[in-house]
Design a protein around this ligand. Sequence first.
Ligand code: ATP
Ligand code: MG
Length: 335
Amino acid sequence: MIEKKVVLSGIRATGSLHLGNYLGAMKYFVKLSKDEKNSCYFFIANLHTLTTRINPDDILRDLKEIVLTYISIGIDPESSVIFAQSSVPETSELNWLLACLTSVAELEKMPHFKEKKDMKEILHETVNVGLLTYPVLMAADILGPLANKVPVGEDQHPHVELARDLARRFNALYGETFPVPELLEGEAIRVPGLDGKGKMGKSNQNTIDLMDSPEEVLKKIGKAVTDTARVRKSDAGNPLNCGLYTLHQLLSSDGELMEVYAGCTSAQMGCVDCKKILVENINQLLAPIQVKRFELNEKGSKYALEVLHEGGKRARKKIVATVENVKEKMGVPLY
Ligand code: ATP
Ligand code: MG
């Protein structure tokens, strides 16, 4: 029997899921989960959520919504394991064990930490320790189930690199234990925000949400920032300075791409027409996901919790075995 490859990825319970989450990560969850050679674990990173959000009701609401969205995009909760990070306390134990192999300097240089730290300082909020150690917990998430593949968006790549380093470091010190996890093959995906500033993000209010109605999509894309140097339609635009062109590259056909590129750079097509094509393609992508999500309304949050309960048991079984082995190797077993 061929040994299956373990796929693992997660999403924080910090708000409504958006196109960036889908195009950067979730789309690949579905693809990888349909391959029988993979054994997939998809979780909700509700412990990571605590670094930036603390309202328990909001966390619970978003946790359940993410479960239902995972299922709506086509993940089968029978063949894949859907679970909450908080259902596996042993991951937090592994977090400690790995933290003792990680230097403070490695964590301080992470782009994610620097960005969040700057933001907190501007808002005069506390820079909590969790923001610094976020990537160690993420390494524990990855190494706990012995993941081989980690489909995540570009913003998370430095964190997966740390998990890879920690796997190698642990193996060198204590003997072969962890596979070195791989990123998605091909290009790293970063979906820009509609405000033209940085990436689309749940916490940034610059998103097209997966549950946005066609009218909302139209309104949001209508207001979205394009190439700021193009003031009038008669000015030639530069698609490479336009976040919406990146969305076109991810969603539109080759013919449409050529049409908008040529139209924009020759000033033959204005932003309004370019946006119209994009709106149509976004709505086409979202419609079947929304239909499926609507069907799940009947089963609702009770179903989401059942899925988490079953998934939690399955994930825990796998992860407990790793953590016991790691503790044994590090000389700190359960006596
Ligand atoms: P938050 O702003 O609260 O951190 P988020 O939108 O960044 O939320 P996460 O839960 O942190 O979402 O990330 C979930 C997955 O989605 C990760 O794999 C991440 O890399 C991916 N992702 C998030 N935003 C984007 C984006 N704009 N482009 C591509 N991938 C993204
Ligand atoms: Mg994020």
